[in-house]
Design a protein around this ligand. Structure first.
Ligand code: TRP
Length: 453
């Protein structure tokens, strides 16, 4: 949700840059950015590919060992420079670091181009649920709607809304909508998890999801999937959190906010898994899901809603509407990175930047809207590889190059949150870069494989 300063609000902080109206405004925007399709659509299919439980264990570990320090690094850099990524890297590190900022902008551009296609599926499913149900066999149905003319139309519609929000202003609209709909999403999800528990076959789903085998835990391929997913889900590695933090005031407790953001994000993904896996096993959809991994969520959940009878229509509609809102608040953060960079670098007005950049992204999205294979390739390239590279860059930059990073993390912190600062710096320097470097090796191999078809 929410680029501040989009509606000419009067936030005007030091140096004329806007600041968030309230602490809640930032938290909501950051959680809104983090919680999105990644927690449900992507988490369930990547977890399924990664063998379920082993993936989940590594995922949790990586969120706290790698994700939180990088989230803090991005926030420290953004808040201390009060600039969008390219400017922030230039100001804190010099010209040599600007290309990294440019990579961030490119990554945002590419991720949004296919993210919007998937968001379009979500909107379509919401409408179908409302209109009375999902036609036919869920696997076939997904195959029919995932790419082609309709997918393109929904993608363009979704981009139009995203552009409108970033252009016009959000505080009143999106921020309020998200305030209501995100808790609704969470409640529906929790309710669905309880319902899923009662299904036959749920046990097989849980054991796939929650019982790791030791040998898989040591598999570097799974480690690297889990890291890529952690970055994607927490919106890390391309300056989104950096940009949001650039509108943040100095007395905010970064360590506390990072904790709140990561835990909320993880909870949503985890509960989504408690729904998706029992349902997949209950309906015997394992094969369809593994054939179309990208479609795991869109194949399994409609089946669940249909099985619920008339109530499923209401629950299904609410679920997909809320998910579409989650996708919108995430899409806004992706667009905001590119827009704020264009505004800062080229000195153009927000409106011009949002419309121009949004149109370009909508145009790139035509390709993933017409080809599911291309969508998968973009997700691997921009949504995984580039984020891993970006996260590595950020950790090295803030750990080793940026002056005053440690002071920035202390600023506004107190109690335990203040005490952990040296540990965070230690992680950023010595623990995070080697882990990501290891991940990068596998990710490059994966990417080559995906590109080779
Ligand atoms: N985190 C969002 C999700 O889980 C997607 C997203 C928004 C994102 N902003 C990002 C991913 C920046 C990577 C980088 O759906």
């Amino acid at each position: 949700m929410a680029a501040p300063g989009t509606s000419g609000n009067s936030g005007g902080g030091e140096g004329g840059r806007e600041v968030w109206g309230t602490r809640m405004g930032f938290i909501l925007a950051a959680v809104g950015s983090a919680v999105g399709l990644g927690n449900m659509w992507r988490f369930s299919y990547v977890a399924a590919e990664g063998g379920g439980a082993a993936f989940v264990v590594l995922y949790v570990a990586l969120i706290f060992i790698v994700g939180v320090p990088i989230l803090l690094a991005e926030m420290a850099l953004g808040r201390s420079t009060r600039l969008s990524p390219m400017g922030a890297l230039r100001a804190a590190g010099g010209k040599a670091w600007v290309p990294m900022g440019a990579l961030f902008v490119l990554t945002g551009l590419l991720i949004l181009s296919y993210y919007s296609v998937i968001a379009g599926w979500t909107v379509r499913y919401a409408i179908e649920a409302l209109a009375g149900g999902f036609p036919g066999n869920p696997g076939e149905h997904f195959g029919e709607i995932a790419s082609g003319r309709d997918a393109l139309a929904y993608h363009l519609g979704f981009m139009a809304v995203t552009i409108a929000v970033v252009t016009v202003g959000i505080r009143g609209g999106i921020e309020k909508a998200a305030l209501v709909l995100m808790p609704v999403l969470f409640l529906i999800l929790a309710g669905l998890a309880v319902w899923a528990y009662t299904l036959d076959g749920a046990a097989a789903g849980y054991s796939f999801y929650l019982r790791p085998s030791i040998e898989e835990l040591l598999n570097p391929a799974i480690l690297s999937d889990a890291a890529g997913q952690a970055f994607f889900s927490l919106s890390l590695g391309m300056g989104a959190m950096l940009t949001f933090a650039s509108y943040l005031s100095r007395d905010e407790n970064l360590n506390r906010e990072a904790t709140v953001i990561s835990i909320s994000d993880f909870m949503v993904a985890f509960i989504a898994g408690l729904v998706v896996f029992p349902v997949i096993f209950h309906l015997g959809l394992q094969d369809q899901v593994s054939e179309s991994t990208v479609g795991a969520l869109f194949i399994s959940l409609p089946g669940a809603f249909t099985a619920m009878g008339p109530a499923g229509r209401v629950v299904g509609t609410l679920f997909f509407v809320a998910l579409a809102v989650g996708a919108l608040t995430s899409a806004i953060s992706l667009l905001e990175v590119v827009v704020s960079s264009v505004m800062d670098e080229l000195r153009v007005a927000r409106r011009t930047a949002a419309i121009a950049v949004g149109t370009i992204i909508a145009g790139i999205g035509v390709f993933p809207a017409l080809s599911l294979d291309l969508l998968g390739i973009l997700d691997q390239l921009a949504g995984t590889l580039f984020l891993v590279v970006g996260a590595l860059g950020i950790s090295i930059f803030v750990g080793w190059r940026m002056k005053g990073a440690e002071d920035e993390l202390r600023q506004g912190a107190s109690g335990l949150f203040l005490k952990v600062v040296p540990a965070v710096m230690f992680m950023l320097r010595w623990v995070v870069p080697p882990i990501i470097a290891l991940v990068l090796v596998t990710t490059v191999q994966d990417t080559i494989q995906v590109l080779a078809g």
